[in-house]
Ligand binder design. Sequence first.
Ligand code: MEV
Length: 449
Amino acid sequence: MSKAIAGFSKLSKQEKINWLANEHFSDPQAAKKLLENYWNTDADVQKLHDEFIENTITNFYLPLGIAPGFIINGREYTIPMAIEESSVVAAASKAAKFWATRGGFKATVLNTEKIGQVHFMYKGDPEKLNAFFKATKKEFFTDTETITKNMQKRGGGILNIELRDKTALIPNYYQLHATFETVDSMGANFINSCLEQFSKTLREEALLYTAFTEDEQQIQVVMSILSNYVPNCVVRAEVSCPVEELNEDKNISPEEFATKFLAAVQIAEVEPYRAVTHNKGIMNGIDAVVVATGNDFRAVEAGVHAYATKEGQYSSLSHAKVADGVFTFWLDVPLALGTVGGLTTLHPLVKLSLEMLGNPTAQELMQVVAVAGLAQNFGALRSLTTTGIQQGHMKMHLMNILNQLEATDDEKQQAIKHFEKNTVSHSAATDFVNNLRTIDPAHVEEDFL
Ligand code: MEV
């Protein structure tokens, strides 16, 4: 292990890069050059990115694409999507176009409550703890007034605090379970600051509570932290149209399409292996917008998948039905998002993405994100139940393979033409390009033009 590891965080950016290049790469100069190639030419922009995290050595690009033409609650949106997977943006745009002529998407925020908990140990009489909590509850609100003042001005704050007895799960384990409204911010800092104050108040007030024995006064706080499970911060996205209007594909009747589509959703509702992939497709849309708008996709992912198991078994987030000849497809998804605070005012591309969406409130952003998830799910199920996923997917993937093979523009054009009629696979594309490179150019023209 190199000596540079001790005190590594104190080294300058260049010293860190030098250490890394010399320690881990056979060609240190090439490694350094590559890292530098991804630096922003504007030193201020680079400094901004350097300071988002620790030990930054360069930037890691994700493409930012756009899916235009989304009609959501009667309003048109162009949705920014930051994602590396080919065909996601194309599928979103296609679904947007399909539903734009069928009434568009509807989205409704069902509730916006966030949750945080103080987990603590209390060895004593539960009745006395209840009485103590009742007597001191208002102190938790007054002691957090300096933290909640601004949030209250914006219409948010602490909604409630409950004492929860969890001793059936772990001996002596209790919680302060608090609910919050954080308006347009995701609220992580606000909630965690309130919780840490609750924990202080809890310990201090217990020491002063004379009905407690000395042992009972010694409340042990294990931790204070928000929950990324937000089952009461849910948005619904929905599309519907008469079955006969599901008539895009000439190879399948609208009725047959609706029947297969409903069966595909039902399978995801009852079969966890399918549900995970089905929901992964939804997250393709959700994560891409969450990342583009500077939100915490790990929090969203964790919360969404927990929500998918709320009935006791992992299941589909989306549902579909046909009633009175009308096809309806909808998605309920918990999303704790912010449009102020965090990266939203710092990252220039996040600012741009939010402006593209008309500087939405957090509730509007919840609607847009849920719609992106539903659109993605619709596109995936439509392909899966008709042509199969590979046809569209591999065509999009072809360009990635060709880029990997460092194909020239001319090779790319020939490959695209060839694979219009042939199945794309990594080996078929490699063989095709290798073939082009070894055979007589005159022959190529004969074969492929
Ligand atoms: C691929 O990224 C996503 C899909 O597998 C989703 C699905 O199967 O529903 C196509």
